[in-house]
Design a protein around this ligand. Structure first.
Ligand SMILES: Cc1cc2nc3c(=O)[nH]c(=O)nc-3n(C[C@H](O)[C@H](O)[C@H](O)COP(=O)(O)OP(=O)(O)OC[C@H]3O[C@@H](n4cnc5c(N)ncnc54)[C@H](O)[C@@H]3O)c2cc1C
Length: 442
């Protein structure tokens, strides 16, 4: 469905929107509805629509949108990336999540890993359509805690307990042991995990590392897909590690001061991305409601003639527009920082984008369902799926409450600073890059 965008888009941006929208409408959305209605275990069988759509996305090279051209990618501009994520989220926030987490392990290697890791892991992933990544962060005992414990406060381990997944160095290898939560998106179907682990003797989760673990290694186990209320088109499940050995170069971000910055900035990136596909969901719900309200006659007139429905539709439109304007800005700011390698994206702005867009998605989907009346609760209409997915988004990638508390701390500490510690972060990042280069020369 076309709509007036207040931003003047270039011809390329318009074409991109059309292309991704068509794919979202004709391929992603029908498959996501089919998956939503399937029993959990059926959704991960080899002939499942999940794999068909993932393979199609890879053939269209959608997994390469953040990878620089010189590394074999498509690297969309930040504004193109926003358009991409909103349209994909319009089709399905489950598939948008699946693609997002697929990209994490390999994109992180591209930006921070060694040449060897790039050749062994990223090059095949760029070419193949059957490698799927996931992102292992949260643990059975550390859901929201994982976000909080990435601060360098040593008392946190005493207060909240040690990380469940730990990493221990053994010669040229690292040994990974422990269990990630049951909610890891795409884990039941993933071939590789971008994994956060605490160093065995680390004082907080900030004393950790980020590594990529091929999930066919000895000692890895994965759970069945969980039977969830929403986001059923992206299977969630646990992944566990029993003394899994990985070579040193699969540790992409090593323990040290840069790890905290990396986590912080990675969360900025995921925040604006979840924000963008939440706007897509909100727009989808609004458009469903508008279409239905034009057609459904009650009280002798189409619903759009009734003042309460008119006001609701206006409020829904207003929320979608404001969310798009803000999230697009926040994404442009955040993605451009990644591309420039300055690593000074602003957590409070990125979190605000995610929190605001998730709330908008939930409120708009809620109002859309109300406009549909009882039909809104019926499986025949997509609006109930959008509502359940929007409800799940309030928890995915951090609950809105905990993200808000995190953003509040950043506002209180840093509001008057024009830059987010740009100078010291850039210096620490440069030191880290030099360290990797020296290691590779040795
Ligand atoms: C659809 C979906 C996809 C997901 N995908 C992934 C994934 O790909 N990878 C991954 O690692 N994880 C994933 N998760 C897990 C997700 O990040 C966690 O569910 C989330 O961070 C919350 O953790 P929890 O569920 O353990 O809730 P808890 O942390 O137990 O929180 C329970 C409640 O307490 C509140 N609360 C908790 N701590 C505090 C605090 N300190 N102060 C105030 N309030 C607090 C929370 O706001 C919440 O309301 C996913 C979850 C969902 C729903």
């Amino acid at each position: 469905m076309a709509f007036l965008d207040l931003e003047e888009l270039t011809q390329d941006e318009k074409l991109l929107r059309e292309e991704v929208h068509r794919f979202a409408e004709e391929v992603v959305r029908p498959a996501s509805i089919e998956l939503d209605r399937m029993p959990a275990k059926e959704r991960v069988k080899p002939d499942s629509p999940f794999f068909k759509v993932m393979k199609q996305m890879k053939r269209l090279e959608y997994h390469k949108i953040l990878i620089p051209h010189e590394k074999g990618g498509l690297q969309l501009t930040p504004r193109q990336a926003y358009i991409f994520w909103e349209e994909l989220g319009w089709g399905s926030t489950g598939f948008a999540t699946a693609l997002g987490v697929d990209m994490i392990p390999f994109t992180v290697i591209t930006y921070f890993g060694s040449k060897q890791a790039y050749e062994e892991l990223v090059e095949p992933w760029l070419k193949r359509d059957d490698w799927i990544g996931c992102w292992g962060v949260t643990e059975p005992e550390h859901g929201s805690d994982y976000l909080i414990m990435l601060r360098e406060e040593e008392s946190l381990v005493e207060k909240m307990g040690r990380g469940n997944v730990v990493a221990e160095k053994d010669g040229n290898e690292w040994i990974i042991t422990g269990h990630k939560s049951s909610w890891v998106s795409a884990a039941p179907v993933a071939t590789h995990c971008g994994l956060h682990a605490q160093v065995k003797e680390g004082k907080t989760l900030a004393h950790g590392l980020f590594c990529v673990v091929p999930l066919n290694l000895k000692g890895v186990a994965k759970g069945e897909p969980e039977d969830m209320l929403g986001m059923r088109d992206c299977p969630q499940g646990w992944v566990s590690f029993d003394h899994v050995r990985i070579p040193e170069h699969y540790v992409v971000v090593a323990p040290g001061p840069f790890y905290g910055i990396f986590c912080d900035q990675l969360l900025c990136l995921t925040s604006v991305t979840v924000g963008a596909f939440s706007v897509g969901l909100a727009r989808a719900a609004f458009e469903e409601a508008l279409k239905y309200a034009r057609e459904r006659v009650q009280g002798g007139a189409p619903l759009i003639k009734h003042k309460n429905i008119k006001l609701k539709l206006y409020e829904m439109f207003e929320k979608v527009e404001v969310a798009r304007a803000y999230v697009r800005k926040a994404m442009e700011y955040t993605y451009s920082r990644l591309y420039k390698g300055t690593f000074d994206a602003s957590p409070r702005h990125a979190r605000a984008a995610q929190i605001f867009a998730k709330k908008v998605a939930y409120e708009v989907a809620h109002d859309a369902l109300q406009i549909f009346g009882a039909y809104g609760l019926h499986k025949e209409f997509i609006v109930q799926k959008l509502f359940r997915d929007a409800r799940s988004l309030l928890i995915e990638d951090g609950t809105v409450e905990v993200l808000s508390l995190e953003a509040a701390d950043d506002i209180i500490e840093n509001y008057e600073k024009e830059y987010y510690n740009a100078e010291s972060i850039t210096r620490r990042f440069q030191e880290y890059v030099t360290e990797i280069e020296q290691k590779e020369r040795r």
